[in-house]
Design a protein around this ligand. Structure first.
Ligand SMILES: C[S@@+](CC[C@H](N)C(=O)[O-])C[C@H]1O[C@@H](n2cnc3c(N)ncnc32)[C@H](O)[C@@H]1O
Length: 435
C-alpha cells in the first residue's frame, strides 16, 4: 500500500519514517510512505493559508492548495482513501483502528492529511475526507502528531511489522480488558518482587493469574471501557467477580417531607419495592434494604415480602420471587451499615443520591468516578431518599454524594424508582458501543 502524507511541515517525518519498525515496514515493502508539502503546490513565497471569515482572526489552509495537493498526489498514485485529522472528528480507539485496517485491505493508496492553524476550511473535509479522525479530546498544534499516532497504530496491525503477531492480538483494548501486568529481570527491584506465580512454570496457573489481574485492573481503572465493550457470559462473570459488593437502601426515615422540607418519615410504597428490587437485581446489587423506623410499616413490608419470598410467590412468578428475595426490612441506616459490615468484613463506603445541586461540596462525585470509590476495596452502599430527599444529617454521614441526574429539559422530578434505575445503569451498567 502506498501512503501519502500531506503536511505543512514534511520535515517532521524525516526521523519518524526512518526509525525502528516504521522504517522496517518500508524496507520489507509492506508499505511505501511519501510526504508531500502543501508548499509544493504554490509558487515560491506564495502563502498557503488564508484568514478565516468573521470575527476571531485565524488562518486556514487555502482550499485550492489542499485540492492541488490531494489531486496531484492521486494523479501519481491513484484514487486514495483520504483521512483528515481534526479534534472534531471520530475519536480513535483500537476498534476503529481494526475496522479501518480491514477496510484498507483493498485500498492501494492511503492519504493522511494533516492540517495546521485553525484547521481546514469546512468545505474541504466535507468534499474530500473519507474519515475525519480525532486522536483524543484535546487540541495539539497540528495534524502531524495525530497522523504519526494513527500510522503507528495502523502499521502494527499489518502482519510482519511487529515481530510477534500474537502480542498485537492480545493487547489492551483488543477486547473488554486491558493487558495483564508484565515483569522482567531482576526478580527483586526497589524492594518489589516479581509475583512467584509468574516464575512458577505452571502455564495454566500463570494464564489464570494474568486473566484475573487484567480484569481487576480494567474494572478499577477503565470501567468505562468495559461498559462500552461487548462482553460474553464468561467475561461478564469475571467482571462480577472483580467488582466490589454493592448494596442499596431506600430510606423512609432520615428524610425531608412536605413543601417546608421538614425532617420526618414517609410511607412505604409497594410499587417501589417491586420495581427497585428488579432494577437492583438486574445490576448485581447484593441486597436492597427498605428502611423505615415505623413498626407498622415494617410489618406491612414483611407481609409483602413473606408472600414473595415464600413458596406461593415462587410458584406465582419465579423471576419476581428472585428479585424480592434480596429485599430486607431494616429499622435504620445504622442497622443497614452494621449488617453490611458483618457480611463483608468492612464498613461500606456510603454514597448519597440527591436531586439538589451541591456542586460546592467536596464530596461530590460523578458517574465517571467509580475508581475513586472502588480503590478503597470496601463494599459500596448507595442511598436513595423518599419524600423530599435525604435529610442533611443523613447526607453528612455519607462519604460521597452523586451528582444529580439531569436531562437537557427544564423539568426535573423523577420518581425514586426511576432515579434508582438510572443511577444503577450509569454506575454499573453495560452501555455497549457498536463500532
Ligand atoms: C490547532 S488545531 C485546530 C483546532 C480547531 N480550531 C478546533 O478547535 O477544533 C490545528 C490542527 O491540528 C490537528 N489536531 C489538533 N488536535 C487534534 C486532535 N485531538 N486530533 C486530531 N487532530 C488534531 C488538526 O489537523 C487540526 O486541524
Amino acid at each position: 500500500m502506498k501512503i501519502s502524507i500531506l503536511s505543512v511541515f514534511p520535515e517532521l517525518y524525516e526521523t519518524f519514517l526512518h526509525t525502528s519498525l516504521v522504517a522496517r515496514a518500508q524496507q520489507q515493502s509492506l508499505v511505501s510512505i511519501e510526504t508531500k508539502s502543501f508548499f509544493s503546490c504554490v509558487k515560491p513565497k506564495e502563502r498557503i493559508d488564508t484568514p478565516t471569515f468573521g470575527t476571531g482572526a485565524g488562518m486556514v489552509i487555502r482550499p485550492d492548495v489542499v485540492q492541488a495537493a490531494v489531486e496531484g498526489q492521486e494523479e501519481l498514485h491513484g484514487k486514495a482513501f483520504r483521512i483528515f485529522f481534526s479534534p472534531q472528528g471520530k475519536k480513535l480507539n483500537q476498534n476503529m483502528l481494526r475496522h479501518l485496517y480491514t477496510r484498507l485491505q483493498d485500498v492501494d493508496h492511503l492519504m493522511l492529511v494533516a492540517a495546521r492553524y485553525e484547521g481546514m476550511d469546512e468545505r474541504v473535509e466535507r468534499h474530500y475526507a473519507d474519515e475525519v479522525i480525532s486522536v483524543g479530546d484535546f487540541v495539539v498544534l497540528g495534524g502531524d502528531t495525530p497522523a504519526m499516532l494513527f500510522l503507528e497504530g495502523l502499521l502494527r496491525l499489518i502482519p510482519g511489522v511487529v515481530g510477534k503477531q500474537e502480542s498485537v492480538e492480545k493487547e489492551s483494548f483488543s477486547g473488554p480488558f486491558l493487558d495483564y501486568p508484565e515483569y522482567g529481570a531482576p526478580v527483586e527491584w526497589q524492594g518489589m518482587q516479581v509475583p512467584d506465580i509468574i516464575r512458577s512454570g505452571n502455564h495454566g496457573a500463570v494464564q489464570a493469574w494474568r486473566q484475573e489481574q487484567a480484569v481487576k485492573k480494567t474494572v478499577k481503572h477503565h470501567f468505562s471501557w468495559i461498559q462500552k465493550s461487548q462482553v460474553n457470559e464468561e467475561e461478564k462473570a469475571a467482571v462480577r467477580q472483580a467488582l466490589p459488593a454493592h448494596y442499596m437502601a431506600l430510606l423512609h426515615g432520615d428524610v425531608l417531607i412536605g413543601k417546608e422540607k421538614k425532617p420526618g418519615t414517609t410511607s412505604v410504597t409497594s410499587i417501589d419495592i417491586h420495581d427497585i428490587a428488579r432494577s437492583s437485581m438486574t445490576y448485581g446489587f447484593k441486597e436492597f434494604s427498605v428502611v423505615t423506623p415505623l413498626v407498622d410499616q415494617q410489618r406491612m413490608v414483611e407481609k409483602i415480602l413473606s408472600f414473595w419470598k415464600g413458596e406461593a410467590g415462587q410458584l406465582y412468578n419465579k423471576v419476581r420471587h428472585k428479585a424480592l428475595d434480596r429485599v430486607v426490612v431494616r429499622e435504620s441506616l445504622d442497622e443497614v451499615v452494621a449488617a453490611i459490615e458483618s457480611k463483608e468484613g468492612a464498613p461500606p463506603i456510603i454514597i448519597a443520591t440527591s436531586a439538589c445541586d451541591m456542586s460546592d461540596e467536596s464530596r461530590i462525585i460523578s458517574f465517571h468516578d467509580q475508581e475513586k470509590v472502588w480503590e478503597t476495596g470496601r463494599p459500596v452502599l448507595i442511598l436513595f431518599g423518599t419524600g423530599q430527599g435525604l435529610s442533611p444529617e443523613c447526607i453528612d454521614r455519607c462519604d460521597y454524594i452523586l451528582l444529580p441526574l439531569k436531562g437537557f429539559g427544564k423539568y426535573n422530578h423523577l420518581s425514586v424508582r426511576s432515579a434508582a434505575a438510572i443511577v444503577f445503569d450509569r454506575w454499573l451498567g453495560s452501555n455497549e458501543k457498536i463500532e
